[in-house]
Design a protein around this ligand. Structure first.
Ligand SMILES: *Cc1c(COP(=O)(O)O)cnc(C)c1O
Length: 354
């Protein structure tokens, strides 16, 4: 039986994605060749890349003037590429977790960094509010979903400067007003495909830095060559396309968002109801993608037992990140509600036993 996959990333993918990728590894586009052994400049693969970029634009409603890129180096390389290309003098950052802090560290190599808010002192359990982004900032960078701590910024922030966002773990989970952004980036391995490709949605006109930038780290290199300057990660791009097709078939972003609200609601309701468990994130900032919870103080020593029960019932990946502890159920777009129900059932059963 297939496991209930709660891993945080790499993470669950739709059956559609896995099956079509497996088939293409055997025989790609009827070429009599594996996807792994064809030129990225073959017309068959260029069609894949073009269709994937077009579908990203269609599903996210990307306005004219933006390019979609498939890059290497993970979201982590974007922590450096974003300020390299966009930070001229000063940029504002919101410190909402481990990934946000890493982005801040890299930005400091390129200019002045104004950290406008931080929830670090409270182990990143909430999203700072009432911060001010000064109008002379080149951009405001935020992490839309804090994968490790289970908090999420569910609406585009309202500030007077362009936005840049790391949407690695909640891209395609809800609508975004792309016109407010100079750059959106996301490692594929949470909501899109296997590890190995990073999606960047770049406002082409905003690429006007005077700074000399090494070729591969300049977005312009990639926008000029339709993301084919060097060999793109062929297999991950193919898989991403399958996921995007599946998203479209599911009814697009608004339908996915509705499903995500329903799934997360089911689990948070049980966490709040069940006497053994409690959520760790500030309720109004709770992530729809990563649900973090712990055992209540008096039941702390039952953590291992609950993990055991969940494992026996075919669940994997519910152990919390080492810096947050407890449990984390990652319930990305591809997670069926039946798996969330299985976890809820296990929690109810565990409560009866104790
Ligand atoms: C996983 C993750 C990253 C790191 O991505 P890599 O592709 O491993 O570099 C960065 N930001 C967020 C929000 C993540 O969830």
């Amino acid at each position: 039986m297939k496991k209930h996959n709660f891993y945080a990333g790499p993470s669950i993918l739709s059956e559609y994605t896995i099956k079509n990728t497996a088939a293409a590894v055997e025989n790609f586009a009827g070429m009599g060749l594996s996807l792994l052994e064809v030129s990225h400049r073959s017309k068959e693969f260029i069609a894949v890349s073009d269709e994937a970029r077009a579908l990203i634009k269609e599903l996210l409603d990307v306005p004219a003037g933006y390019d979609v890129l498939f890059l290497g180096g993970g979201a982590s390389l974007q922590f450096c590429m974003a300020p390299y290309n966009f930070l001229k003098k000063k940029a504002s950052y919101l410190d909402t977790g481990t990934w946000a802090a890493k982005a801040i560290k890299e930005a400091k190599f390129f200019g002045e960094v104004d950290v406008v808010g931080s929830s670090k002192a409270d182990n990143y359990t909430y999203i700072p509010k009432n911060y001010t982004v000064s109008e002379d900032s080149d951009y405001f960078h935020y992490t839309s979903n804090n994968t490790i701590y289970g908090t999420e910024i569910k609406e585009d922030p309202i500030v007077k400067v362009p936005l840049i966002s790391d949407m690695s773990s909640d891209i395609f989970s809800r609508p975004v007003d792309v016109s407010k952004y100079d750059l959106i980036y996301a490692g594929a391995q949470k909501n899109l495909g296997p590890a190995g490709v990073t999606i960047a949605i770049v406002k082409v006109d905003a690429l006007n830095s005077d700074r000399p930038i090494p070729t591969m780290l300049s977005y312009k290199t990639h926008t000029d060559k339709e993301s084919m300057f060097n060999t793109p990660p062929v297999l991950p791009v193919f898989s991403v396309l399958q996921t995007l097709k599946w998203y479209k078939e599911m009814g697009g972003i608004v339908a996915l968002q509705k499903k995500n609200i329903e799934k997360a609601g089911l689990l948070y309701d049980e966490i709040d109801r069940n006497r053994l468990f409690k959520g760790t994130a500030n309720p109004e900032d709770r992530s729809l993608m990563n649900v973090c919870f712990v055992m209540n103080e008096e039941y702390k020593d039952l953590e291992g037992d609950f993990n055991k029960l969940a494992t026996e019932r075919g669940m994997v990946g519910i152990k919390g990140h080492r810096s947050a502890g407890g449990f984390r159920a990652s319930i990305y777009n591809a997670m069926p509600i039946s798996s969330v129900q299985a976890l809820v059932d296990a929690m109810k059963e565990f409560e009866k036993q104790h």
